[in-house]
Design a protein around this ligand. Structure first.
Ligand code: FES
Length: 110
């Protein structure tokens, strides 16, 4: 099992927006959902057209569950599960364990 990697401090990430970090040569989109102060990490690559853009996506919620919509063609994904929420046959996102301790943000990326 991989170790936790520090990717920044909480104030390095704007609320209700994404931020991109690189761990083990993978681009990861990190989101701080301010509504209930929860944090999520998913692959930065949108599976629709393989663009590294999800960290610049638009956050929202679907019946209380946080989601992100890709800034290019608006396909939406659940940030909790990675599930693709829009129409069309598009892969779900890989999600990564994330935790915050003492205002430091950590990811676990295999
Ligand atoms: S590249 Fe993300 S929806 Fe098209």
């Amino acid at each position: 099992m991989s170790a936790w990697t520090k990717v920044g401090n909480t104030n390095d990430f704007a609320s209700n927006m994404g931020g991109c970090v690189k761990v083990n040569n993978k681009q990861i989109a990190v989101f701080n959902f301010k509504k209930n102060d929860s944090w999520f990490a998913v692959q930065n690559e949108c599976p629709h057209k393989q663009q590294m853009v999800l960290s610049r996506g638009i956050m929202g919620d679907l019946e209380g569950a946080p989601k992100v919509a890709c800034p290019l063609h608006k396909h939406a994904f659940c940030l909790k599960t990675g599930k693709h929420l829009s129409d069309g046959d598009i892969s779900d996102l890989t999600i990564y364990p994330i935790k915050v301790e003492n205002d430091e943000v950590f990811l676990r990326v295999d």
